[in-house]
Design a binder for this molecule. Structure first.
Ligand code: GLY
Length: 596
């Protein structure tokens, strides 16, 4: 070897050594790049010790503290749910109900807890019809009669005692502390109370509880103490759920019902039971979808719509393209037509769930879609119509370091429910009776139609749209999501999933991306701000009736689990939303800023 080639050999060898020495660094860089989504415009909060994503920051921090103290996902979820009853009174609650999915990592099993409200024993099919046979909307929405028997306390207690590790008192403590010491009123809370001053002010107890002594709304930065609610929470800590269903709180609820022509009796409260149900399960491309079964319509419709979309190369259409929006809107239209006809409380009505979620049925629906033109909803199911539901449900997601997962959606129905507070308790009552079809064939508070399947019966649960969902990949939980938004809940969840799977977005971008919604009737395509005018023009030409008023839809507090990390995506549509873990590696010193 001459000296030149020897030098070349030396240089090449040293270059090779440098490359090899750098290889772990490069691999590490790639690895880091895959943990943080650098291609993302919105960033997740990242942790390895668990994660909570909640619409309200105070409650989110309570959840993270519980995880940091060694609590599991269920402990944290129950503490969050009880705290939201204080800090997010328009949706968090003791006087409402909801649905919780719990995934137990040890057992590789998902449980669906149905703690939906039930119609009181004296409820009857025509209870909200006026003498002329038309529905009495005021009675079904803003009276003591509008309340179903609440399930939240029983649901939270059941989840904790069956699947949690901490005591009931421990998880109640943060809620009692915030209610009694007071919380700083956020701009969000202040504004919603101002907006609802007139309607909430009709109930003297709500006025006394949630407004100042002179009836003035609290300003942002003021301190709000909820002493009656603290009393109720303390009663729950002392006597357990019996306080609510048999004891001191039950007595106050029933006394108020009797004084105000309400229907809920001590027997109704005493007889309230949660139900554990089998979740509905479907597949979408490589993923498995596990979601809420009836009496929520959410899981069935979600799986039906995904089955239809699976027949198309949706990813190649491109996010936000007219073609993609059109296809998805057509899948939505058909699913909501089925909702009105086929779904109700499975304890009272046998819904054809397997058929609705079958691949065979979806192939038929997909074949009916014209990729160039919108169908008219009236052509799909003439003579029946529907609208949309309450935006003031709330959803949160919790994951712990051991891989246990909770997706919980619960509600009072409307914002602040019926607007009625049970005297002496601080507890707002739901108006969930309006989710029944008061008169089959007539729309409810938000226009949703129901048929016989959702007619009022004593003890029955009204049909819901709540869609707490866990998406599995390779047999492990991958995406934990859900949303408020009434009937828009289901299409919100659909879009979070499709944005990740088909449009390959990071979880934070998937949650933030503009959404749209079609629910068969009214025959309209609701578009959030953020879609291109060109897309809107093409959709209009295709025959869609576009409603692009500047309103947002849903609030999908979501967590993605990947490679041992939990990525929390707080939905930027809610100003107080927060994703936070015990350590929040992605944004240690700027929790709120990073959450968005
Ligand atoms: N109250 C809204 C829902 O249950 O979907």
């Amino acid at each position: 070897m001459n000296s030149t080639s020897a030098r070349i050999t030396t240089i090449v060898t040293s270059m090779l050594a440098a490359v090899l020495a750098g290889a772990p660094v490069m691999a590490q860089q790639q690895r880091v790049a895959s943990i943080i989504d650098y291609g993302s415009r919105h960033h997740s909060v990242i942790d390895q010790g668990g994660m909570v994503a909640v619409q309200n920051a105070i409650a989110a921090e309570v959840g993270a503290d519980i995880l940091a103290a060694g609590g599991n996902a269920v402990d944290a979820a129950v503490a969050v749910g009880l705290t939201l009853a204080v800090t997010l009174p328009r949706a968090g609650n003791l006087g409402g109900g909801g649905f919780m999915l719990v995934y137990l990592a040890d057992e590789d099993r998902t449980i669906a807890i149905d703690y939906r409200e039930r119609a009181p024993g004296a409820a009857s099919r025509d209870m909200f019809l006026k003498a002329d046979g038309e529905p009495d909307n005021r009675a079904s929405r803003f009276s003591y009669r509008s309340a179903g028997v609440p399930g939240t306390v029983a649901g939270m207690h059941h989840a904790l005692t069956q699947y949690g590790s901490m005591s009931w008192r421990e998880v109640l403590e943060p809620a009692i502390r915030v209610a009694s010491r007071g919380m700083q009123v956020s701009l969000d809370l202040s504004q919603t109370l101002k907006r609802r001053r007139e309607s909430l002010g009709r109930d003297p107890e709500t006025l006394r509880t949630y407004y100042m002594a002179v009836g003035a709304p609290f300003e942002a930065g003021d301190t709000l103490r909820l002493m009656d609610l603290a009393w109720s929470l303390t009663a729950l800590a002392i006597d357990g759920p019996d306080a609510f269903y048999r004891g001191v709180i039950a007595e106050k609820i029933v006394a108020a019902m009797q004084a105000n022509d309400g229907l809920i009796t001590l027997d109704d409260l005493d007889n309230y039971r949660i139900t554990e149900r089998e979740p509905v399960v479907g597949t979408y491309r490589e993923a498995t979808i596990v979601s809420m079964p009836p009496p929520s319509s959410g899981g069935v419709l979600l799986i039906q719509m995904l089955n239809v979309l699976e027949q198309f190369e949706l990813g190649s259409f491109g996010y936000g393209s007219a073609k993609a929006v059109h296809l998805m809107a057509e899948a939505m239209r058909r699913a909501y037509a089925d909702r009105s006809e086929h779904l109700g409380d499975p304890d009272y009505y046998t819904a054809p769930v397997d058929w609705l979620m079958s691949k065979a049925y979806s192939r038929k629906l997909a074949a009916e879609i014209d990729l160039r033109a919108a169908r008219r909803s009236a052509d799909i199911a003439p003579g029946v119509n529907a609208g949309y539901e309450s935006p003031d449900t709330t959803h949160y997601a919790v994951v712990d370091a051991a891989g246990n997962v909770v997706a919980n959606t619960y509600t009072l129905n409307f914002s602040y429910g019926s607007g009625i507070t049970v005297p002496g308790t601080g507890i707002l009552l739901n108006n969930e009776m309006d989710d029944f079809s008061a008169k089959p064939g007539s729309p409810n508070g938000y226009g949703l139609l129901g048929g016989e399947a959702n007619a009022i019966e004593a003890g029955k649960r009204p049909l819901s749209s709540m869609t707490p969902t866990i998406v599995f990949r390779d047999g492990k939980p991958w995406i934990v999501t859900g949303s408020p938004g009434g009937s828009r809940i289901i299409t919100t969840v659909l879009q979070v999933i499709v944005n990740v799977i088909d449009f390959e977005m990071s979880i934070s971008d998937a949650v933030a991306a503009p959404r749209f919604h079609n629910q068969w009737f009214p025959d309209r395509l609701f578009m959030e701000p953020g879609f291109s005018p060109d897309t809107l023009a093409i959709l209009d030409e295709m025959g869609h009736e576009i409603d692009a008023r500047p309103r947002t839809m849903g609030s999908a507090q979501t967590i993605l689990l990947e490679d041992g990390y939990q990525k929390g995506a707080a939905d930027p549509r809610r100003p107080d939303a927060l994703a936070i873990g015990p350590r929040s590696l992605g944004c240690r010193n700027a929790k709120v800023a990073c959450a968005h």
